[in-house]
Design a protein around this ligand. Structure first.
Ligand SMILES: NC(=O)c1ccc[n+]([C@@H]2O[C@H](COP(=O)([O-])OP(=O)(O)OC[C@H]3O[C@@H](n4cnc5c(N)ncnc54)[C@H](OP(=O)(O)O)[C@@H]3O)[C@@H](O)[C@H]2O)c1
Length: 307
């Protein structure tokens, strides 16, 4: 099968499409014929070697977590999916024509969405869900600020906040302001023109998908006892204590079928729309990584592997 993989850590061009052996599903796994793979920032950070000290890889490595496709083969003990089922979720090495996935991290693809759309949902959706509902315990009527409201995580967080009945404020750049408003944000702040600290008032929850100085500037907008959920970097409990607020990180939350099924239900009811960003072919994986590395854009970048 064809797969995009890297032999050494390095720039986007380290990602090369090659013929590699097709994986075999182990017990509890499905082999998925990949139709589309979502491109996450994690994938390029891995390829660049930023994570090699605490997550050493056996090279060559095929990146890719988000997957949508059809079940090709099932491993021993799998009874909940059958060959031909259309699925989405989290797999292993999904920048390839076939990838394995634990069936616990797969769910049925809603009929209403394409494979490209389905490939945007698992990592971003589960991260937004974990941050807003498991960590911040968001309640209807609260005020939520989402940093990076146009991104792969943020665009789903804005919609989940809207669905939960909170007042959603989101930051984004000029070109994405109207788009983020269309996702259901009550207020959109163009970070290129306005300092969000001057515009948001007090909020109960900040979901920060940007990090760095944006995190540091966010303490002051929280109500006493409010929470800053940091997706893009590590939380700083000392700074939180100094501001009389709480903080927590979201670290690679487990993708589980129940949450994927909740996301699928919201898609089917029209409360959530998958956000496809730029679409590349598998042979353009290096370009897709270069685009992801910019840290700007709308929705989740997708590799369309087969049609
Ligand atoms: N902890 C975890 O488990 C976890 C899970 C998923 C992702 N992440 C991390 O979370 C971060 C975001 O992931 P993603 O997939 O959403 O990335 P993404 O799809 O690349 O989106 C990033 C977004 O940030 C926006 N942005 C950039 N600078 C900004 C600023 N100063 N203020 C407001 N918005 C700004 C960009 O919008 P514009 O184009 O409008 O600038 C873009 O839409 C990445 O660092 C990723 O590694 C962590």
């Amino acid at each position: 099968m064809r797969a995009a993989r890297f032999q050494t850590y390095g720039p986007p061009a380290a990602l090369v499409v090659e013929d590699v052996p097709r994986p075999e599903p182990r017990p509890g796994e499905a082999l998925v014929r990949v139709r589309a793979a979502g491109v996450n920032a994690f994938d390029w950070k891995l390829r660049a070697g930023y994570l090699k000290d605490f997550m050493p890889l056996e090279l060559p490595h095929i990146p890719g977590l988000d997957v949508a496709g059809t079940v090709e083969q099932i491993g021993a003990g799998v009874s909940d999916f059958a060959p031909g089922d259309a699925v989405f979720g989290r797999g292993t090495g999904t920048y390839a024509e076939y990838a394995t996935a634990s069936v616990a991290t797969l769910a049925r693809k809603p009929d209403a969405i394409t494979f490209d759309q389905a490939a945007t949902l698992a990592v971003g959706g589960v991260t937004a869900w974990a941050g807003l509902f498991d960590t911040a315990r968001l309640e209807p009527g609260q005020r939520l600020l989402v940093h990076g409201g146009a991104g792969g995580v943020g665009s789903l967080a804005v919609q989940l906040g809207r669905w939960k009945g909170v007042h959603v404020i989101a930051t984004t750049s000029t070109v994405n302001v109207e788009h983020v408003r269309s996702l259901g944000a009550d207020e959109v702040i163009d970070y290129t023109k306005t300092n969000f600290e001057d515009a948001v008032g007090e909020v109960d929850v900040v979901l920060d998908t940007v990090g760095g100085e944006v995190t540091d500037r966010s303490w002051s907008v929280l109500k006493p006892g409010g929470i800053l959920v940091v997706v893009a970097s590590g939380p700083d409990p000392e700074k939180a204590a100094a501001h009389g607020v709480r903080t927590s990180g979201v670290r690679a939350p487990e993708v589980t079928r129940p949450v994927l099924e909740e996301l699928a239900k919201l898609i089917e009811s029209g409360s959530l729309a998958a956000q496809v960003g730029q679409v590349f072919s598998l042979s353009e994986a290096a370009q897709a990584h270069a685009a992801s590395e910019t840290g700007h854009g709308r929705g989740r970048i997708v590799l369309r592997v087969s049609s």
